[in-house]
Design a binder for this molecule. Structure first.
Ligand code: AGP
Length: 370
């Protein structure tokens, strides 16, 4: 068994460390040789069909849904097509408005999640074109979708999804750039610049993994608490939701993810002395806004760990208790880096509490029944 885990204590840790490779493999063959264009040969849509897309609906469960939240921002920002996101168990029963000019994107690591598959079938019944982002070739979702983007994360064994999630982010970045080029919403130079930054992500993840010890200490102090908050704005909020889910499912510590600007509409009442708050502050354009939310919780006694961009230590240090810096990248790409410390915090918190990291209670890797 240790051999299968390649020397790691758990599959989850092994899979966290496989992310640089998963990023490279998911990008491989999908970027033109000159590094300036995305080539998604697996997409069978004609230019006319792409131009005809009026709306995108992203449907998934759990962590795959959280990847979809980032995907929404990516597609709206790059391709300027309106995007709705739904958890599959809601979508399938809420009589969603699906038209033939809707592109439905289902996201599923396993490709076998019952609700996601049902959502896919509902979308097809209503005449939508369905694209799947999945990690398993030949899975039900892959077989039934019209277009399939395979994430090359390799088998994911731990119940807590890590490398599948980040590979889904890479798939969304590639898709967003592909649509932007086809729809001419971004020019070639701009696209090439994003691709250059994407190519740096694997090494940047490696540099985060090299600091795992710092995160282990953070996790050990968090593990003494029974409640905490994750806050952020924009894609930082999407990552906050994923960080919170990861921590809940394997450490059993209750946490909530909140849009930082929404705190004062209720949740601030829960902030009391010593409560840990993990704040993501990676989005330049929202920087001042999030910083003022951090100050709000800090003034009420919260113990704040901020996930920041390298280079901002000076400005942020006065307002927080601890900082973890991620390497500089484009704001839209930050989730592919900022989620990694949160995965490690969840892992080490679970470990500190003596839980079964790879097989948390009450959960299955793939939810194939409703
Ligand atoms: C992730 O850590 C969870 N175990 C879970 O939310 C999972 O992402 C969800 O069940 C969806 O699975 P899928 O990607 O295989 O469809």
């Amino acid at each position: 068994v240790t051999a299968e885990k390649a020397g790691f204590d758990h599959f989850m840790l092994k899979e966290i460390y496989e992310q640089p490779k998963a990023y490279r493999d998911t990008m491989m063959g999908r970027i033109s040789e000159d590094g300036r264009r995305v080539a998604l040969k697996e997409i069978g849509m004609t230019l006319e069909e792409i131009r005809g897309i009026r709306k995108v609906q992203i449907v998934a469960c759990g962590t795959a849904f959280h990847a979809g939240l980032v995907g929404k921002t990516v597609i709206e920002d790059l391709a300027r097509i309106p995007v709705e996101t739904d958890v599959a168990s809601e979508y399938r029963y809420r009589s969603p408005i699906i038209t033939p000019d809707t592109l439905v994107i289902v996201v599923s690591q396993s490709g076998e999640t019952a609700d996601t598959l049902a959502a896919l079938r509902e979308a097809k019944r209503n005449g939508a074109r369905v694209m799947a982002i999945t990690n398993v070739v030949g899975s039900s979702v892959a077989r039934e979708a019209d277009d399939v983007i395979i994430t090359q994360a390799g088998p994911e064994i731990a119940v807590a999804s890590t490398k599948a999630y980040t590979s889904q982010l890479i798939a969304f970045y590639l898709l967003g750039l592909y649509l932007a080029e086809k729809l001419e919403t971004r020019d070639e130079k701009w696209i090439a610049n994003v691709l250059t930054s994407m190519n740096q992500l694997p090494e940047q993840v490696e540099s985060i993994l090299d600091q795992a010890n710092v995160l282990k200490q953070v996790a050990e102090s968090i593990s003494k608490h029974s409640n905490l908050f994750f806050i952020g704005r924009g894609v930082d909020f999407a990552v906050a939701q994923e960080g919170s889910l990861k921590l809940k499912e394997i450490s059993y510590i209750h946490s909530e993810a909140y849009a930082a600007g929404e705190l004062k509409h209720g949740t601030l009442a829960l902030i009391e002395d010593g409560i840990p708050v993990i704040a993501l502050i990676t989005q330049e354009q929202l920087y001042e806004k999030t910083l003022s939310n951090i100050k709000e919780v800090k003034a009420r006694g919260a113990h704040v760990l901020a996930v920041i961009n390298a280079g901002h230590e000076g400005e942020v240090s006065k307002s927080v208790d601890e900082m973890f810096a991620i390497p500089r990248t484009l704001p839209l790409l930050a989730p592919a880096l900022s989620v990694v410390p949160l995965q490690l915090i969840a892992y080490y918190a679970s470990l500190a509490l003596g839980h079964d990291v790879d097989k948390p209670r009450n959960l299955a890797k793939s939810v194939t029944v409703e």
